[in-house]
Design a protein around this ligand. Structure first.
Ligand code: HEM
Length: 399
């Protein structure tokens, strides 16, 4: 039977309503103001809205477990067993080692030129049109040109990938209407991945191909492969699309920052970090407590769910000077937008590569980015990203 914990500040407002999803920052500020640990009665979660506790929790994966799922609802937590994201200890390490090496810096170096070429072609096409949707025509166009081939996803049903991947994030939120509506699409993705594995319908030389070779050697069970494929394809699209479109939005609305980047391209790695800090693509995941714990004086029982709020941590006034200001000169490298500790994002090198490639191509071909019509944010329990971002790309030659 549900009991409200004692001596914990409580936040009764639902942070997963449509309105809160579209405008989350006032809620994050209110939560941080209440304390390091805040009880969300509606979702029965102990929220961690501040930076220090988020980071410490992510680094303490022996006691804050992912193996029981990282969603905010029990159904998805049961379904997501067997993924890298939702596993612990040696099991997690084994899964991560199977493919993560393909996303390490050395492997990415060979991919770099190809991503740069594709980014240039994407931007050149967009510049010729002048006014484009930065989500569909830049961010999604590049990610879809790079990631499915790398993973080895067959050419069939790529048209559904974005929708499926967004749904797979949505169901990681609480059991609200949003998650409920997304469930059939996420299941469809799993069924398709199972068929891909059964038919061995993967691209030669790809990550998926390597996984099937491991099955043939007896190093991996075939039934583990669909979850591993989804493990990589699902988080690789919306997240990076978010970072690229947020970057374009932020540089359009902060033209002096764009000029600063043009004058000093060495600021690029920090600019990408600042985008991920300022508009963190991933809002929050959960962990399950192994023992009774105390966080900043608050008792948390064994088996409870804590909500690690990456996006709020990255705006914590205790950690950042002027956190609500976008400034590529900020020392943003220590953000937790890619997580931290054992489960830190396995694809962050690729995400950085893609975001850098688009911004570099824009710097090369575009003088100014202007907002052409009000942007629209997508509604998703987990991902913060634009659905549409109409922009005008003003090139040097067009002046
Ligand atoms: C800007 C883009 C991205 C952001 C902001 C992001 C964010 C994150 C975060 C916060 C986590 C940690 C989850 C946790 O704490 O439980 C994570 C994990 C993960 N990400 Fe990313 N991600 C991005 C891009 C990608 C890409 C491109 C890929 C794959 C190609 C990817 C694959 C993964 C995987 C496999 C994990 C699970 C790692 C593990 O549990 O060991 N991500 N990501």
């Amino acid at each position: 039977m549900f009991r409200q914990p004692r001596d914990v500040p409580v936040y009764r407002t639902d942070i997963y309503t449509r309105a809160a999803i579209l405008d989350p920052y006032p809620h994050y500020r209110a939560l941080r103001g209440l304390g390091s640990v805040v009880w969300l009665p509606r979702h029965r979660l102990y929220a961690l809205p501040r930076y220090a506790e988020c980071k410490a929790t992510l680094r303490d994966d022996d006691r804050f477990l992912s193996g029981h799922g990282v969603a905010a609802n029990p159904v998805t937590n049961r379904l997501s067993r067997g993924t890298t994201l939702s596993s612990d200890g040696a099991d997690h390490e084994r899964r991560r080692k199977l493919v993560a090496h393909r996303l390490m810096p050395r492997a990415l170096r060979t991919l770099g030129d190809d991503v740069d070429d594709r980014a240039c072609a994407t931007v050149e096409r967009a510049v010729r049109r002048g006014t484009v949707d930065a989500v569909a025509d830049l961010a999604a166009a590049l990610t879809l040109a790079v990631v499915p081939d790398l993973i080895g996803w067959p050419h069939g049903r790529r048209d559904r990938l974005l929708d499926w991947a967004a749904a797979t994030f949505d169901i990681l939120g609480p059991a609200n209407r949003q998650a409920l509506l997304a469930t059939p699409r996420s299941m469809e993705m799993l069924r398709f991945a199972r068929r891909v594995v059964r038919d061995r319908d993967v691209l030669p030389g790809s990550m998926a191909h390597e996984l099937l070779a491991a099955v043939d050697r007896g190093d991996l069970a075939e039934q583990e492969v669909p979850a591993l494929l989804i493990d990589y394809i699902a988080p690789s699209l919306d997240t990076t699309i978010s970072a690229i479109s947020s970057a374009i939005h932020l540089f359009a609305t902060h033209p002096q920052q764009w000029r600063q980047l043009a004058e000093d391209p060495a600021l690029m790695p920090n600019a990408v970090n600042e985008v991920v800090r300022f508009e963190s693509p991933l809002r929050a995941f959960t962990r399950k407590t192994l023992h009774d714990m105390v966080i900043d004086g608050v008792q948390i029982p064994a088996g409870a769910r804590v909500l690690v709020m990456y996006a709020s941590a990255n705006r914590d006034e205790r950690e950042w000077t002027n956190p609500a200001t976008f400034d590529i000169g900020n020392d943003a490298g220590r953000h937790v937008g890619f997580g931290n500790g054992a489960h830190a994002c396995a694809g962050q090198g690729l995400a950085r590569l893609e975001t850098t490639a688009i911004l570099s191509a824009l710097l090369r071909f575009v003088d100014r980015i202007e907002i052409a019509a009000p942007p629209m944010w997508a509604v998703n329990n987990i991902i913060r990203r634009h659905a549409h971002l109409p922009v005008r790309l003003v090139s040097a030659s067009a002046r």
